[in-house]
Design a protein around this ligand. Structure first.
Ligand SMILES: *Cc1c(COP(=O)(O)O)cnc(C)c1O
Length: 466
């Protein structure tokens, strides 16, 4: 199986090169040229498998022989053995046909671990085989940085440098990054805002010479392998609840559209999903799109669910490519319009197809708090603000009470203790593996918002040039 770009002008690549490339050279995102299909018999046989075994079955067709089957199975087994819960992605019943899929049992307590823990291992494996190394550089406003650091720590072929805005991330978030005692992990507290951090990373990537010299790379959410790893838990939850014989719907708190695109991918592979609900906070570009057919950029507003505070849902381009019959030239035209005018509009006929599967629902911070409180009263479960948006959106939009609706819990409540305590009066405790987070020594360097200073730091940190 080979992969093509949503904009149709980048070279077609095999899995291992797509993994390392991230973004396609034409600015597009990579997708498989043909989708693996699972028969009803194959899906029925997935029910109840150990998570790692199911993950290997679901993902192996995407590799198309670029990795040895045994090597891959071992990487997957090692990845999910590091998760705290024996079921890896346990389902909880909230009410009749109302389910919660807990995706916060990885090392940094957010769903991003499910993909990034595998991605770090895949990077290391493929790079080592090719005799290459990379320097991963990224900016974070909180969550992504710690998941990326945990994924890359101690990997021989990788150095990772993460920039966060000095004094502007929460203490839990900072400590999750700065207490990782690995020689290949480097934290920079930049004197500036998150936007300054992002601009700094962009400037480094835009400097071709520097980029080549350091073999710069990213593990951001447009990497195909992240989507691939996220497809797995939809099959796990779906088959546990009776698929393929019974359809199962999902409600996903959404930012970049990566997680919910993985649900769409599972559907393309045969999982019977009649409805996908997209939950958003006040940053509701997707909800407005589902209502109006117009994708329109807006400023970012800070909310209780910061990992969904986004201006643009970059992975939506993958779904658009599908909706436009895989016509790269049309996707290119849409994305050019978006960049030029901050908006594009989709035909009513296409919108009808989109609306048949997707619905969007927005929750402001007050409604999010109310949902957290109500769920705690109804079930005793503490939900983080992102997960609460998923649950509320699923309940508000469900079309068929007889079909299970599975809401994705994307973060552990202890990642957002203040919001949860304000809503319920209960302060959620960190799980045992992080209980001593506030006692661990921290390591980070404060740097001025100056490109040359940061470049010099990256040069010193990276072993590529050693
Ligand atoms: C990243 C993140 C999201 C949004 O996921 P997307 O794939 O960007 O849609 C939701 N909740 C939490 C806790 C996250 O960290």
């Amino acid at each position: 199986m080979t992969y093509h770009s949503t904009r149709g002008q980048a070279p077609v690549l095999a899995f291992d090169d797509v993994l390392l490339a991230g973004l396609a050279r034409d600015g597009g995102l990579y997708l498989p040229q043909t989708w693996p299909q699972f028969s009803k018999t194959e899906m029925a046989a997935m029910a109840g498998l150990p998570y790692a075994e199911l993950a290997t079955r679901v993902m192996t067709p995407f590799l198309d022989g670029t990795l040895h089957a045994d090597d891959f199975a071992a990487l997957v087994a090692e990845t999910y053995a590091g998760f705290e819960h024996a079921a890896v992605a346990p389902l909880k019943e909230l009410g009749r046909n109302d389910w919660l899929l807990e995706l916060f049992h990885g090392p940094t307590l957010a769903f991003k671990d499910y993909a990034l823990q595998l991605l770090g291992r895949l990077f290391d494996h493929v790079l080592t085989r090719k005799g290459r190394r990379v320097t991963i550089v990224g900016a974070t406003s909180g969550d992504t940085g710690s998941a990326a650091i945990e994924a890359c720590r101690d990997r021989a072929a990788v150095d990772i440098i993460i920039l966060h805005p000095h004094g502007r991330v929460s203490e839990v978030q900072r400590r999750q990054m700065t207490t990782v005692a690995s020689a290949n992990v480097h934290n920079v507290a930049l004197d500036g805002t998150f936007d300054d951090c992002q601009d700094m990373v962009k400037a480094m990537f835009n400097d071709q010479t520097f980029r080549d010299e350091l073999q710069l790379s990213a593990v951001n959410s447009i990497n195909w392998a992240r989507i691939m790893a996220q497809i797995v838990y939809y099959f796990a939850a779906g088959t546990a609840l009776g698929a393929p014989h019974r359809p199962v719907s999902f409600a996903v708190p959404t930012g970049n559209f990566g997680n919910v695109y993985a649900a769409f991918a599972a559907r393309r592979m045969g999982l019977p999903i009649p409805q996908l609900v997209v939950g958003s906070n006040a940053n509701d570009i997707l909800t407005r799109f589902f209502e109006s057919g117009a994708m329109r950029m807006d400023g970012v507003r800070p909310t209780l669910s910061p990992s969904m505070d986004i201006q643009v849902s970059s992975n939506f381009e993958r779904y658009l490519f599908d909706m436009l019959n895989e016509d790269g030239a049309r996707v290119r035209a849409f994305m050019e319009a978006f960049r030029a005018d901050g908006r594009y509009t989709v035909d009513p006929a296409v919108m009808r197809d989109i609306g048949a599967l997707f619905s969007g629902h927005r929750l402001d911070d007050e409604a999010t708090r109310q949902t957290i409180r109500r769920l705690y009263e109804e079930t005793g479960e503490l939900l983080d603000p992102h997960s609460a948006i998923g649950v509320a959106a699923g309940r508000a939009c469900r079309r068929d009470a007889a079909t299970p609706m599975v809401a994705l819990a994307t973060a552990h409540p202890a990642k957002f203790p203040a919001a949860v305590e304000a809503a319920t009066g209960v302060r959620p405790a960190l799980p045992p593996r992080l209980a001593d987070l506030f006692e661990r020594p921290e390591r980070y360097d404060v740097l001025p918002n100056d490109l040359e200073t940061v470049k010099a730091y990256v040069r010193r940190a990276a072993r590529v040039t050693a």
